[in-house]
Design a protein around this ligand. Structure first.
Ligand code: FAD
Length: 426
């Protein structure tokens, strides 16, 4: 087949670039498309923290000497940028009760990194390996012909299409091209969140190296208001706000700094930069491939695989394509690995609704009472959005009898909440 490359990749995020690099290392002819012009001024919100929890996404990631090392999947990724340790995590109630997570020896459970630098490092490696990288190019359609795939592209008002034996869709969470190839059929869309990250200087009372989640109506959001470190220094923090088309993050910001328990910390704050995005929360794909097309990373996930998960998907996907081209069931093997590795693919994960249901299920007074039960206690240091609610609720429920006696209404809410599924929590 003339003029047909081995592999076309839609999206040069961590998943797409890692797939391109690995496939090129295996000798495949690869073309990758990215709608952005460059990675130097990314405007898409991402907290960019590598999670060091043992076994998270069935992997053990180590960060040292300019490398991210994936011990189980057995590969390394170069990273030449700065790192900031995340040592403490706090869940705050409206009236100042805190749930504290940390390792006993204060070893970091996450490290913040510079995503622009990580992507540029990967891009340089792809360039060296001869990957055909086409920036400022939007994939806008495509079809699977049977023995090859065609992707429709738009670059500076020029429309063209490109043929490849296999396609990897690594377009991120909004999964549009994934839908073009039919992978979103019968895929539940729960909600679309609007997320804005404010990078702020001069915020008072921020404890360095800590990740803080504020819960309660007093903070004007159903989602947690998050304050965490930035890579720019201790006096610059990142504030992340999640809303919707109806409750815009900008409105939450104005209310938060104007009238909330956090008002005083923003008195001297200056906005340095703003990043944002809309995030579609689809149910994950249990079978992320169809014909010659494999969807990877956030495109196939329930919300997000995180950057480290995206790198793992890219690495595994390239191997899957190579296997397919050699007559093996590479996509099926990828699918088995995908199901095993990511917690959102498992049924117990539906119980994570407990974590999402704090607001509005519980009133601000309820949250003060529940968080006060854990004052002074330090729970295991973890970043994981799956493990955290479990640790909190296991700890709260160890005081079940006390709650039943002191606060029977809350006890009833807890009992009802445990019956919720993920879908009903949305
Ligand atoms: C608010 C927020 C906080 C987060 N915090 C963290 C964190 O602390 N740690 C962490 O590891 N992860 C975090 N994440 C998640 C992380 O950003 C993603 O899981 C990860 O980037 C997924 O990588 P990906 O390659 O699958 O997709 P993406 O990173 O989204 O990359 C997709 C790429 O495809 C391009 N693209 C899309 N459509 C097209 C098209 N049609 N044609 C051409 N190009 C296209 C996009 O421009 C983009 O460059 C966060 C996400 C959000 C929203």
């Amino acid at each position: 087949m003339n003029n047909i490359v081995d592999l076309v990749i839609v999206g040069a995020g961590p998943a797409g670039l890692m797939a391109a690099k690995t496939a090129a290392e295996m000798g495949l002819k690869v073309v990758i498309f990215e709608k952005n012009k460059s990675f130097n001024h990314l405007k898409r919100a991402c907290s960019a923290q590598i999670i060091l929890d043992d076994g998270y996404e069935n992997e053990f990631v180590q960060v040292s000497q300019g490398m991210l090392e994936f011990q189980k999947n057995n590969f390394k990724v170069k990273y030449s940028g700065p790192l900031v340790d995340v040592i403490n995590k706090f869940y705050h109630s409206p009236n100042g009760h805190k749930i504290h997570f940390a390792h006993p020896n204060r070893k970091p459970f996450a490290v913040k990194f510079d995503k622009n630098i990580l992507l540029n490092d990967l891009l340089k490696e792809c360039e060296k390996l001869g990957v055909d990288i086409r920036m400022s190019t939007l994939a806008c359609g495509g079809k699977d012909i049977g023995d090859h795939v065609e992707i429709d592209l738009k670059s500076k008002n020029k429309h063209y299409s490109l043929k490849a034996k296999k396609a990897i869709i690594a377009e991120g969470v909004n999964a549009n091209i994934t839908g073009v190839f039919g992978l979103n059929e019968n895929r539940k869309l729960f909600t679309t969140a609007h997320v804005v990250k404010y990078i702020l200087e001069g915020v008072n009372s921020y404890e360095p190296n800590s990740w803080n989640l504020y819960y309660g109506k007093a903070y004007h959001s159903n989602a947690a208001v998050i304050i965490g470190p930035s890579i720019y220094g201790d006096n610059i923090i990142e504030l992340t706000l999640s809303g919707s088309a109806n409750i815009r993050p900008k409105l939450i910001y104005q209310k938060l700094i104007g009238n909330s328990p956090l008002k005083h910390i923003f008195e001297n704050a200056q906005i340095i930069d703003i990043h944002g995005c809309a995030v579609k929360a689809y149910m994950s794909l249990k079978k992320p491939y169809i014909g010659n097309v494999l969807a990877i990373g956030d495109s196939a996930a329930f919300v997000e695989v995180e950057v480290q998960g995206a790198l793992m998907c890219g690495y595994r996907a390239a191997k899957a394509v190579s296997d397919e081209l050699n007559g093996k069931n590479g996509f099926e093997m990828y699918s088995d690995w995908w199901i095993d590795s990511f917690e959102f693919n498992r049924d117990e994960y539906l119980q994570v609704s407990q974590g999402y249901a704090l607001v509005p299920t519980y009133s601000d007074d309820d949250l003060d009472y529940l968080f006060s039960l854990l004052d002074g206690k330090i729970l295991e240091g973890t970043y994981s959005q799956y493990k955290t609610p479990k640790l909190i609720w296991d700890s709260i429920l160890s005081k079940k009898e006390k709650i039943k006696l002191e606060n029977p209404d809350i006890y009833v809410k807890i009992s009802n909440m445990n019956k919720l599924t993920l879908a009903s929590s949305f």
